[in-house]
Design a protein around this ligand. Structure first.
Ligand code: PBG
Length: 323
């Protein structure tokens, strides 16, 4: 056979495959989400997320050592407050759980990059991401509380804030508030294309943030919509977002691709809780090879155009990359 093109030539052995590999997952790409809780000597494993824990602050510090030792550069913090109320006071309290966790992290590991999730749903008794009146999730009155939350995180020493509430105008509100409070250099990583997804189920167990009535469809995006994700992203960039999150990652690779192609900004894929749980459950049964499946999934996010990946697998990935 006189075949001129034989793509198999460049697959003949590991050396050449490694040489022509187009995309890589690096430890520097990883952001590790962590959950902090009040109390002492507490490390609660999330039943639906084996290997993921809610940490009291003393054990959180121990866990951070592992993160740092493995070379994972950044964490994304979520808090479980002591008590909840209608206005989510715990979210923006000076001594809220996330604010305290940021201080502890920065005290022991000043070089670890600390990102905070900015939202009200873990702190409100109704479990929604905004204020409620007559069963409606209010937009504009929520913005002020989100801004206070972001400022309180920055005051505690956070390196970056990540609003995940999906209220209209929150990026602009946060940017203005941070600037006025003197935090002009704190970037905003916006959950711009955040879909109303079934893949967040296990997270709500981890963060205790299941809505007590209704669902999040009046503020998170409708899964079939791609053009709308481009609009949300354009608005957030216009309002001052520095990085754009696409969430969930696996079922929304087209959104990651379009976002990168169209805007060229740093794009972050959020490999969410349900995606993690599915892999863990199947690999516990021996049905899939966990390492292969995780690495293949994460590199698909890089191939689609993600620069960074938020993943509960981060520590395992860091270990695998060291081999
Ligand atoms: C808070 C928030 C959620 C997630 C990140 N920030 C939950 C939600 O919107 O219900 C989900 C993360 C995950 O599933 O891993 N608004």
């Amino acid at each position: 056979m006189e075949l001129k093109h034989r793509p198999r030539r460049l697959r003949a052995n590991a050396a050449i495959r490694n040489m022509v590999r187009e995309n890589h997952v690096r430890v520097d790409d990883l952001i590790y989400p962590m959950f902090v809780i009040y109390g002492e000597n507490t490390k609660n494993e999330i039943p639906s997320m084996p290997g993921v824990y809610q940490y009291s602050l003393d054990l959180f510090v121990d866990a951070l050592k592992e993160v740092v030792d493995l070379g994972v550069p950044a964490i994304l913090l979520f808090g479980i407050p002591e008590s909840k109320d209608a206005v989510g006071t715990g979210a923006y309290h000076e001594h809220g759980i996330v604010q305290e966790a940021v201080r502890v992290a920065k005290k022991y590991y000043p070089d670890l990059y600390v990102i905070t999730d900015v939202c009200l749903c873990e702190y409100t008794d109704h479990g929604h991401c905004g204020l409620i009146m007559d069963g409606q999730i209010l937009n504009d009155p929520t913005l002020d509380l989100l801004t206070q939350t972001a400022i309180s995180h920055a005051q505690a020493g956070a390196d970056m804030v990540a609003p995940s509430d999906m209220m209209d105008g929150r990026v602009g509100a946060l940017r203005q508030g941070l600037d006025q409070a003197g935090f002009t250099n704190i970037p905003v990583m916006a959950y711009s294309a955040k879909f109303a997804s079934g893949f967040y189920g296990p997270f709500r167990e981890a963060a205790g943030s299941t809505p007590q009535f209704g669902d999040r469809r009046t503020y998170q995006m409708d899964p079939p919509n791609g053009n709308e994700a481009m609009l949300e992203t354009a608005l957030d960039i216009e309002e001052g977002a520095d990085l754009i999150i696409v969430k969930p990652a696996l079922a929304y690779g087209d959104i990651t691709y379009r976002t990168k192609q169209r805007f060229g900004v740093p794009v972050v894929a959020y490999n969410v809780s349900g995606e993690y749980s599915m892999v863990k459950a199947a690999s516990a049964q021996g049905w899939i090879d966990e390492e292969r499946i995780v690495m293949e999934s994460l590199v698909s996010m890089k191939r689609a155009g993600a620069d960074l990946i938020i993943t509960y697998h981060a520590l395992d990935v860091a270990r695998w990359l060291q081999k």
